[in-house]
Write a protein that binds this ligand. Structure first.
Ligand code: NAD
Length: 481
């Protein structure tokens, strides 16, 4: 797939951007450009809007069973093309190909899950004794926008698109300009699955042009956005005067708390994943590891050993644990945080530098990095780094670790390792987070509400929450007298 030229997918057809402009597409494993992605403009968003608006009347009344069948077929086709999609995702994003395969399974699950939701989602009714009966219609909103980031490209793109379509909306979707390839491939899959033209439109390009045009477009009534907190803030300010419905899934700085009474082997093994999976580029990664002082040295030694043994290399090698960082700017950002940590007094226990695998010296690789001796309120412990960098901090009491865990502006997810059941529940209720994992990490049931508190987001997605977000409730009250 060298010299790959991507296009937009509008009105059921692949098309070049109106302005004819393209951006280079880079392979993080080599640092070299391998294709081009449309640098679309508001003209393409407008064309997508026209197509979506035209498709909406028919799609919004398509029987749920037919919506189920099309979405389910999309899931089957993703499964059938898993290897091809996984290789494309790995090349585009830098993630190990084995991990990309898992993410393609989840992308198919997203469509399969919301296909069934289309069949199950129903009106509620509320009887007022003998006076009246209310029923609440949940109607599709119309044309909605989905904007996704680069870290889990098809996984998060499909997580938004599937419920939007299941609920009967027509969609304009924009993947990240850094990782557009699998979204581009999804257009063909949707067409092969029989999704009517215009129901899903994919516009490629930059956030400040394509994304911004979507948010500013008066006809796009709701936006589901996953990305950084600063972008989310800007997006919310733009959308507010139009009273747009917004779902914002934003950044995190997640605490991972290990108590002395935990099953330490399991805690350490999972912590290695929750720190470094996908090069630490998962919004749910636990970047602040708090360890009870009596087991601090033991846990630290094991984590450092695991990090030092971790193989970093080209993403298409099956035996690597970590691949390349998604882009040059992000690679430089992560390295700059490691430098900042040193200035803030950190001791580097593992990694702390770039890696240059043989034959891939120009790629963007960073060693799994473990830091200690940082104050809980220093910048490296407060700001999202979003790379393979964790900090270790000892604690003495439950109150102390709770205070440190809740000390950032973020509130996405927390992980707790303890065999003390009452403590686990007590802490879960006091952690200011959208998600708390107890003795596990990244275990996801797609029915549960997903999202963050504080600066980690507004609203929840997943299950009925997503179906509710993508519908407008209308209560109808009928007198019985
Ligand atoms: P980003 O905010 O830079 O970009 C996200 C998307 O928004 C991209 O498609 C981008 O092109 C677009 N965009 C940028 N400016 C825009 C604008 N003005 N208007 C509309 N769209 C615009 O984020 P990123 O760097 O791609 O992703 C990393 C961030 O995403 C991290 O902060 C991470 O924590 C977060 N994230 C959160 C979750 C979650 O579920 N909470 C999941 C994954 C990633």
């Amino acid at each position: 797939m060298n010299n790959l030229q991507l296009s937009n997918f509008i009105g059921g057809e692949y098309s070049a951007p109106v302005n004819g402009a393209y951006l280079p597409l880079y392979n993080p494993a080599t640092g070299a450009a391998y294709g081009q992605v449309p640098d679309s403009s508001s003209a393409d968003v407008q064309a997508a809007y026209k197509a979506a608006k035209q498709a909406f009347p028919a799609w919004s009344v398509t029987p749920a069973e037919q919506r189920f069948q099309v979405l389910n077929r999309i899931a089957e086709l993703i499964d059938e093309r898993r290897e091809e999609l996984a290789r494309a995702e790995s090349k585009d994003q830098g993630k190990p190909v084995w991990l990309a395969r898992n993410e393609m399974i989840r992308s198919a699950q997203n469509f399969r899950f919301f296909a069934t939701a289309a069949m199950q989602f129903a009106s509620e009714s509320h009887a007022m004794e003998d006076k009246a009966i209310n029923y609440t219609l949940r109607q599709p909103i119309g044309v909605v926008g989905c904007i996704s980031p680069w870290n889990l490209p098809l996984y998060l793109f499909s997580w938004k698109i599937a419920p939007a379509l299941a609920a009967g909306n027509c969609v304009i979707a924009k993947p990240s300009e850094f990782t557009p390839v699998t979204a581009w491939m999804l257009g063909q899959i949707c067409q092969d699955a029989g999704l009517p033209a215009g129901v899903l439109n994919i516009v490629q390009g930059l956030g400040p042009s394509v994304g911004q045009s979507m948010v500013e477009h008066p006809g796009i009534k709701a936006i589901s956005f996953t990305g950084g907190t600063a972008t989310g803030k800007h997006l919310a300010a733009t959308a507010a005067p139009m009273f747009k419905k917004l779902s914002l899934e934003l950044g995190g700085k997640n605490p991972n708390m290990i108590f002395a009474d935990a099953q330490l082997d399991k805690a350490v093994k999972t912590t290695v994943s929750s720190s470094f999976l996908n090069q630490g580029e998962i919004c749910l990664c636990g970047s602040r590891v708090f360890i009870e002082r009596s087991v601090y040295e033991e846990v630290k030694t094991q984590l450092v050993q695991a990090a030092k043994e971790m193989k970093v290399g080209p993403p298409d090698a099956e035996d690597i644990r970590m691949g390349a960082i998604v882009s040059k700017p992000h690679y430089e950002k992560v390295l700059s945080y490691i430098e900042l940590a040193k200035q803030e007094g950190a001791t580097v226990l593992a990694g702390g530098l770039a890696v240059f695998p043989e034959g891939h010296e120009q790629g963007w690789y960073i060693a799994p990095t473990i830091l200690e001796n940082l104050a809980f309120d220093c910048r490296c412990n407060q700001e999202e780094i979003f790379g393979p960098v964790i900090t270790l901090t000892p604690f003495d009491t439950e109150e102390e670790v709770l205070m440190m865990a809740n000390s950032t502006e973020y509130g996405l997810a927390a992980t707790l390792w303890t065999e003390n059941l009452t403590r686990a529940h007590r802490m879960a209720s006091q952690l200011q987070m959208g998600i708390v994992w107890i003795n596990c990490w990244l275990l996801r049931d797609l029915r549960t509400p997903f999202g963050g508190a504080k600066s980690s987001g507004v609203g929840r997605e997943g299950g009925w929450e997503a179906m509710r977000f993508f519908t407008e409730p209308k209560n109808v009250c009928v007198s019985l007298s």
